[in-house]
Structure formats: C-alpha cells, structure tokens
Design a protein around this ligand. Sequence first.
Ligand code: ADP
Ligand code: MG
Length: 974
Amino acid sequence: MAAPLALGRPWPGTAGEARTSMDWQQVQDKWQAFSERVGRSLLGVFGSRNTRVVQAMAPVVKQVAELEEWAKGLSAEDFPRRTLEFKRAFAASEKTLDDVLPEAFAMVREAALRTLGLRHFDVQIVGGYFLHKGAIAEMATGEGKTLVATLPLYLNALTGRSAYLVTVNDYLARRDATWMSPIYEYLGLTVGAIQSAMHPSERLPVYACDIVYGTNNEFGFDYLRDNMKVRLEDQVQRDLYFAIVDEVDSILIDEARTPLIISGPAELTPDKYRQADAVVRRMERDVHFEIKEKERQAALTEEGIEFAEQALSVSSFYEAGNTDWPHYLENAIRAHQLYQSDREYVVEEGEVVIVDEFTGRKMTGRRWSDGLHQAVETKEGLAIRQENQTLATITFQNYFRLYERLAGMTGTAMTEAEEFKKIYGLDVVQIPTNVAVARKDDQDIVYRTEPEKWKAIVDELTEVHQRGQPVLVGTTSVENSEKLSRLLRAASVPHEVLNAKNHEREAHIIARAGERGSVTVATNMAGRGTDIKLGGNFEHRLEGALEEVGLRAGDLERLEAIEPIRSRVRAQCDADEKQVLELSGLYVLGTERHESRRIDNQLRGRSGRQGNVGASRFFLSLEDPLMKRFYREGVKNFMEKLGMKEGVPIESGMVSRAIQRAQKKVEEYYFEIRKNLLEYDEVMDKQRKTIYEERQGVLLGVGLDERVKTMLERTTVRACATFVEDAEGFQRYFLKTFGFEIDGSDAARATAKGGDPQAAVALVLARYDRRETKLGEKLMRQVDRYLLLNGIDTKWKDHLHAIDSLKAGIGLRGYAQRDPKNEYKAEGFKLFGRLLESIEDDVSSLVLRVRVGGEEDDESAAAAALVQGERPPQDGEPASDFAQPKQVYGSAPTRTVSPTATTPAVRTRAALSAPPSPPAAAAFDIKRRQDAIRQQAAAPEGKAANPYPNANRNDPCPCGSGKKYKRCHGAGTT
Ligand code: ADP
Ligand code: MG
C-alpha cells in the first residue's frame, strides 16, 4: 500500500462552534476545500473507489448539520419512535442504512447533547462515517473516539443484527458501555457489556442487546464456546455482523501473535491401556484379529471380541460403558503388530519418539493421535504422558475476518496501514484533529551510557515537578519503571507507578495524571483507553460530585437536576486546566524508544489533546537495547563521529534516524511472524469453517436424514473398495458395521473389480428407512442428531490433537529439504480427509445399531445394538434432552459462579427482562498458548441454575451422569 494518507492540517475545525449550529454557507465552503484536498490525497491510496467515498462524505456532514434544527425539534418520545420506524423501514427493505444515515447521525448528535452534554464535532461525524464504511479511523488520543463510535453503532444496530464494540479490557468495556448508555437509551436501544467473569446464562441477555461492548478475548472465546455447545439455545453470540475494534492496533497487531485456545486435559485412562495391552498379548493373528498392513489398521474378529470380553470380564462391548474397549484393543494390536521399535519409533529417555518413514529422522515432540501413542507407550512399559489438548482454537485475524463488516479506531494506525490492508482489507483514514495540535515534540536527547541517561532523567523530573508541570514518563518494561521509581524515591520526587496490572485503578490514576505537579511513570499499556485531561478528569469529578447528592450521570429522569452540577464541575475543571496550561501543559518524557514506532507515537499522543499546549521528548543512550541490538559495532563509531564526551548529551538526528531504521526492521520482523501464523492457520481456518458449518446445520436440524444417508452411502462405497475381491471379508465387515447380513451374491457383486456397490448401498439405505418407520420420524431425527453431533465433536477433537502434534513436529521437516509450510498444508489436508471419513464411519456404524431405550431388539440376533448411556426422551420432552452428549469434551465442572454475584455489568431494559438460559455442561480450561496464561472459563453449573435443587448430595446426580450429585450438578451447594 502506498504512503499513509494525511489530510494536512489545520482541519477547518469547528472549535469555537461547539454548541451552536453552523452557518450553511460556511460549511459548504469548508467542505469544498476539504474534499478537494482529501480527494487528491485519498486518490493516491485507494484509487477511484475512494473518490466516490470522499464525494459521498462531504455532503453527509453537511446534511447532518442541516438536520440539526430538525433534531432539536424532536420530543424525547420521538427518538425511540423514530428508531423503531428506521428499523421497520430497513427490515421492509424500504430504506438502506445509507439512506437514513444523515437523520440517524443527527439524532445521535442531539441525543448525546441532551443526555451527556456532548455535541459530536464535525470531525467526529467524519470519523463515524468512515467507521460505518468499514475503515480504520485514525484519531488522536482525546479526540473522543468513544463518542464517535455511537454514530455507526446506532446506525448499524438499526438492522436488528449485532453491533459490537471491541475493547482491550473488561474495565473499558464496562466503562464505555456505561458512559454511552444514556445516548442509546434515549434513542430507544439497549446496550450491554460482556465481562469475562460472566456465566453463560448472563451472557445471553447481554448479547441480546442492540449494542454490545466487550473485549476481543471474550468475543473470540464466546465464538469458540458457542461452537462447542450441543444445544442451539445455549449459544450466546448472535451473527457476526458489525464490529468496531477500539485501539485496533493493539488488538489486531500486538495481540495477533497469540491465538485463542480453549484446551482441556486429554482423557486419560492408563488402566484401560494396560488391560488392553495384557489381553492383546494373548491374542492370535487371523484368529482374534486381522491386520491390514497397507492401511496400518487392525480389526477384531467375532472370536477376538468374545475372547476379549471374557478376558476383561465384560458381558458385552455393545453395552453402555464398554463401547470404547474395541478402540483400546485395536490400538494395542496396532502397537504390537504394526509398530516396531527402531523402525517406526525409537525409545529415548522414557519417551516414544516417532521416526519419519521417508527420511528416517526422529520427530521429537510429535505424537500419534487417537490413542495410538499411548498404546505404544504401554507396550514399551513407559509411563503414559499426560497431555493437555486443544479443544478449539482460532487466531484473532481469522476471528475478526468472520465479521460481515469490520471497522477500527485508534490514535496510531498509520505505521501499520499495510498490514491492516493486506490482512483485514481495512483502509486506514487519518481523521484530522478537531483543533490543530500544539504540542512541541523535541529532538531526542542522547547520552553515551545508560547510567548517565537515568541520572539526567531524574534531574529533569525533579525540576519539572518543582515547577508544577504534570509529567507522564513512559518506560518500555516493568523492570525499568520500577528502577526509575527507586531512583525517584531516592530523589524524593513523589510519583505514581503503573504497569498495566489493574486496569480500573490505573485508569483512575492516569485520569489524574494531568493535575498540577503529578509525576506518573507508566509502561506503554498502562491506563490505555483513558484520556489525560489537564487539571483533572471532568467525568470522574462529575461522577463524584453527583454521587454526593445521590445522582448518577446520565440518569434520563434527572437530567434537569444534573445540569447545574455539570456546569459547576465544568467551570472548576476549566479553571484548573487553565492553570496547567500556563505551566505548558502535559510533558511526556520517554525513557527509551520502544521496538515499535507506533507505541512511541501513542506515548507522545497522550499530550496535547484537543489543541492543548504540551511537550514531549525522548531520552536515549547509546547503550539502549535497540541500539545495541542493531548497531553493536556502530556505537563506537557514533560516539566518535558525534564527538561525545562523558556526561554531555547531544541532540542527534543521526541517532534518531538510526533508531527509526531499527524500529522499522523490528516491525517488519513481527509482521512476518504474524503472517506466518496466519498462513499456518489458513489450513485450519477452512477446516474449522467446514466443520462448524456442518455442526451448526445439525444443531439447527437441517436435513439430518440426508446427512446420515449420505454418510451411509459413502461409507458403504468406501468399504466396497477396501474389500475389493474379498466378499467374505466384506460380509463380516457389513454385519459388524450395520448390524445385519448381506448375502454372498450381493457381497460378491459389490466387491468385484469394477463391480457395483449400489446394491449394497440400497440395502443399507432401506434398512435406515425401515428403522425410521419403526422408531418414528421424531425419534429417528433425535438419533441422527445425537450421532452426528457426537461424531463431529469427538473426531474434531481428535483432529485438533493430530494437527497440534503435526505442528509440533513440522519444524523438523525443514531439515529434510522440504518446505515446512507446504508439508503442513499437505499433511493437514490429508488429515482432514481422514477426519471426514472417520466421522462418516462413526455415524454409519452406529445409526443402524444403536438401541434406543425400550426398543425391542428384534431385527437380527446378530445385531449388535449399542446402548448409549442416554435416557430416551419421554413424550413431550424437547429433543435436545436426548441429544446431549454427556462428556463430549471431557473435564468436569470445577468452578461455581453464581449468576447473581458478578461484576456489575451494564444491562438495560431488554437485557434484564430476558430469561436466563440453562448453563453449559462442561468447564473449559482456557489458555493463550504462548503466554501460557491459563484461565478457567465457561463457568459450569451456577447455583441459581441448578435444575435439581432438592437432590441428596451423596446420591447419583439426577442428570444421569453417573457421578454423585455433589460432584455434578450439586457441586458448590451445601
Ligand atoms: P479517545 O478514545 O479518542 O482518546 P475519549 O473517547 O476517551 O477519547 O474522549 C476523550 C474526552 O473527550 C472525553 O473526556 C470526552 O468527554 C471528551 N469529548 C469527546 N467528544 C467530545 C465533544 N464532542 N465535545 C466535548 N468533549 C468531548
Ligand atoms: Mg479511547
């Protein structure tokens, strides 16, 4: 992408006109000039498309301004009424969002003025317009992006679909939703904030709001969790329609290196591996089992099944609780028959290390999937390794690309414009500031050594503090902020230290960082999203003043009582601000350059908001990490060239430029890493979409019988190919899989070379139809649904596991002269093919045999009816009860969150009245892989939602899980 777009300053702002309506001619003139300028510069970036965008934009601001009088004439009741009318007109396709945009924006502007006393500046209307158009609006700190977002959020909520605002932490989500809620409420919309501590039943009503605030993590995790839910009504997130990502660079760039991962302990039953191993050692090939060398598969014979059932003292493998035995046994057989030490693997330091069959290289870290690795470990008498396995995962890149419409805003996006465009298809538009920036950015000051630098910083801070000028000191690490704090304490300079640990507390401190005499030391993330106002923070003070008299900001009923207090606090703030302005405003002092120019810009941008005076300067040394990393040899040269002497600093453009070059290199390096991650995830992304789509179709109950029949057909055809010219083998397989016999001539025809499998397929499908007639359509659909979901979920989980181990080992392929990325793609593709087949096999082998409770087993004596542990549905019960696989994801509930005792969330009308949903069944262990941050999520069974409040603690849980009540639904009750 070409150079970032700059709109040139000063912007023909409306600083002095804040609360008055504008003179139309004036507006027109300004826009003429503006769009001419913009039109030219935008053209270079976006080409002709942008000319249209710009042409569309100029009249819009004018129109919104022209509608101001009209909006002023509306009564309070008119606002929600109009909103409803917009919604209706949109739903009826009478109007598009663009049609109603000018009126909608004018109404939001008026609603904000009436409720919060804030009137959107013209530049904010421009910002709102670009957000609606799906661009990234670069607007400096303090330009009021929170207010800007209300425009496009309101407009897009008129579709009745989701309008999300994505923030960096829970505190900001809550704060911004609360802060802006009076506007939305005045307009007749509901708003809510998702908080990480929320129980699923609390999320549902929040997501039902017109506008939802929440963090990137929560939105992403809810997406993954929804796709693990077994009932439609438990899914919380609505469709992914419109999202504005605030601090978009932080979320889509800084955080994009770490994917979201939901993981849980892999099921571990060492006993079963051991028992299976012992039994298999006594079995005989071709008597108890058959081996398919080429496919590397093993299958038990009827005789083998009988033998094993006896050996294990199990009455039948087709009864509840025993159905997994054949899988353990077959893996044990494969381990003994097909996998040999020093050929397929080697044992090293108590670990089974796979040997690549083509290159003979050891693939340390990789594991066979689906229990095979454990079976081999057991065979070798090794300890079975406990694993934590991925249950669901997505990168932020791919999550946010799922949205139909995406937009972003931040103070610093330009340096990353190319990445936004390439990865997300987002254009960056620099919105001019409301008032021209008056901050003075001084030339970097450079010292020879670090100690010299730190000493100079402390001297500077001491002096600035004595003068009374507020100063914000930026450090690049927590260590450095602590180091500086020690030095300041020694020099008796009072100060606050922030390092992005407690978002709420830090927001309050940073909000006061503009007060006279304050010294605030912060790492770059600390207090993010909070504006530093000179003299102190108006909102915070207003809140305090209102609290004293029992009022709440934005209380729509008490607007008249609030107004005089608002004016008084405003006057007070203005006076304090004036004082600090006389001291030259906020001074930002950087103690080092960050790896990314963007973060430096962010720090600088904290000062000089809304045209205030201010200053910024970076203190550097030739020993700073960035210098040493890139100019190890050059440092001496620098010193000589610059003629540096001990203790004497220099202002050097040369050093600054060198640093900038280093920063660019680091930025590129990280971009490569993110691109790499994305390329790897691309394979998974397609697969995830396919599976999730399939799964959602099943949840919705769309064409269940068709899905199953297709699977039956494909499984049968595949088996015919496998057993080509082996009619007897096919007959045995057929009986075992479908539970009834196929006669010899049919089998011969189906398995003949170039034969016709269709007769066999017809038999299987007819059997299915017969079963449906017998069970009834309703019950049969429930069986279908259950088997499909169960098959997809268990096999998908196995697949993720296989992909994980593939990834773990793939790096080693590079040595073998193969491109790891291509290898990964090819292997991943193969694995996915196998996944689909194994889902088909799984469903097919059960659907004709599974015995539904009470069903007479009269179809065939040989039919190995499989009783799942599920309770059959009673008349009138919802189908979903039946179709609730118990432990699809393993892992039992571990934490109880009472839905009543969580963080205060903003929930308005609709949100509060919606009924709570039943809680999700499983608890998921969540971690962000690289950080190894693990947190418990998706809290299980909350007290209030416990459906069996009267059960006895020591009895089996009424849900039928087989666990005691106190360990299941009764966990956490006393
Ligand atoms: P940003 O996110 O762009 O850094 P914020 O949304 O935090 O900025 O807003 C910064 C401050 O600007 C807030 O205190 C807000 O009250 C003020 N502000 C925003 N828009 C306006 C406006 N149109 N008129 C007056 N003050 C405004
Ligand atoms: Mg902000």
